[in-house]
Design a protein around this ligand. Structure first.
Ligand code: ADP
Ligand code: MG
Length: 387
């Protein structure tokens, strides 16, 4: 369109009235089409010029953003917004000449809350900055859906956990019952008390009680809400800390540690204490999967807008038919395993909005891959300087 106008302008002196008429008509039609497109959008768009004065906005902007007047053309962008927090955010972002994406605001109106995601970024044209765009998206529904999903997930995992506990306590309870009967028998018969037998049974009952106790303690540990306090931190540093902590243990077990840590990762919002625990659980599993030694490779790296943490071993691997169960509470293939380690890892990763997956080749080794999202503010759509 622009090329067309340029060409037409160059020839303007040679055009007759009728041709100019047709040209204006085409222009008006094109302009109308753009307006219709803007007004059909669900997202609000407000465009300001280099003096921050509003030059364009759409219907969705009027609907989503509380505005100070019915007509806000020519008003400075922050002053057009009738919400203190959003106005302050826009003012600050414009002053700092920053792009900020997806900042969330909650508006309370007549007892119900609306959540808006707001972004401010420069309007770049022909290599220069010609103003700014405020983009507003309503995410109330999306957030509600996410919260419902999380609740459902929590409930589901609580059900599995409870089923796990019920299953786990059956055996020790049964065993206690049997041995109590045996003790009773040993007391009843013929008046002579077989103290040796009885103390043997009592010993067994004691062990089973101890087992029950462990199950309950593990259960409480698994369901305890995590009081996460995430802070800006460098994942590679946290990982290096854990690895230096387990170095000696690995050496003893004949496990060589290979660490490929990206030193320039973007900052993540993590709780160091929990991340360390998760990694520790995975490293311990890896060590016990390599009874004859092997190689433990721990890597961190950036791909797209996610940070990866990968823990790979050259151990016994996981059989295909159980690989889906390893994150379940109490699932263990070890004689004295708790089956809680990976459940906690899973929970910790989820609490960090991350994902975890596993790939295993029986007899060759296992790789756990965790991804963490980078906080939005670390992602800059268009660098201001680039304009
Ligand atoms: N690196 C690994 N290599 C092979 N198997 C693993 C590995 N990590 C976990 N597993 C399997 O997953 C099960 C559950 O692990 P976990 O929840 O930590 O409980 P536990 O270590 O007490 O058995 C283990 O018993 C084991 O069978
Ligand atoms: Mg374990």
């Amino acid at each position: 369109m622009r090329k067309f106008i340029e060409r037409a302008l160059n020839k303007l002196s040679k055009l007759d009235t009728e041709q100019i008429h047709a040209l204006l008509f085409d222009l008006a039609t094109e302009n109308e089409r753009l307006e219709v497109v803007l007004d059909s959008m669900n997202d609000g768009v407000l465009v300001a010029d280099t003096d921050h004065k509003i030059v364009l906005y759409n219907k969705a902007a009027e609907r989503l953003v509380p505005l100070t007047a019915a007509d806000v053309y020519e008003r400075p962008l922050p002053e057009a917004i009738d919400d203190e927090e959003i106005a302050e955010f826009v003012r600050e972002t414009l002053a700092q000449q920053h792009s900020v994406l997806d900042r969330e605001f909650t508006l309370e109106e007549n007892g119900s809350a609306r959540i808006l995601s707001c972004s401010v970024f420069p309007l770049v044209r022909a290599g220069g900055i010609q103003g700014n765009i405020l983009h507003v998206e309503e995410i109330t529904e999306k957030r509600g859906r996410e919260a419902r999903l999380r609740r459902a997930e929590n409930l589901a995992s609580l059900t599995t956990l409870a089923a796990g506990v019920a299953h786990e306590i059956k055996n020790p309870l049964g065993s206690i019952g049997i041995h109590m009967q045996l003790i009773q028998k040993a007391l009843d018969s013929s008046g002579t008390v077989d103290t040796e037998k009885i103390s043997e049974f009592v010993e067994i009952v004691n062990e089973e009680v101890e087992r029950l106790n462990r199950i309950v303690v593990d259960f409480l540990f698994a369901v305890r809400p995590m009081d996460l306090s995430p802070r800006d931190d460098d994942l590679s540093r946290v990982v290096a800390d854990v690895l230096s902590f387990v170095r000696y243990e690995c050496e003893q077990a004949g496990v060589e540690i290979k660490q490929n840590l990206d030193e320039e990762l973007p900052t993540l919002q993590i709780d160091e204490k929990y991340i360390k625990q998760a990694l520790m659980n995975m490293v311990k599993n890896a060590i016990s999967a390599m009874p004859d030694g092997g190689v433990l490779t721990v890597s961190t790296y950036l791909r797209g807008d996610e940070v990866y943490l990968r823990v790979a071993d050259t151990g016994v691997g996981i059989e295909e038919d159980v690989v889906d169960k390893i994150f379940e509470p109490y699932f263990t293939t070890k004689e004295f395993g708790s089956g809680i380690g990976l459940t906690l890892v899973y929970k910790i990763v989820k609490e960090h909005n991350g994902e975890i997956s596993v790939l295993s080749h029986p007899g060759k080794g296992t790789t756990f891959t965790i991804t963490f999202p980078i906080p939005q503010r670390e992602q800059h759509l268009i660098s201001w300087e680039a304009g």
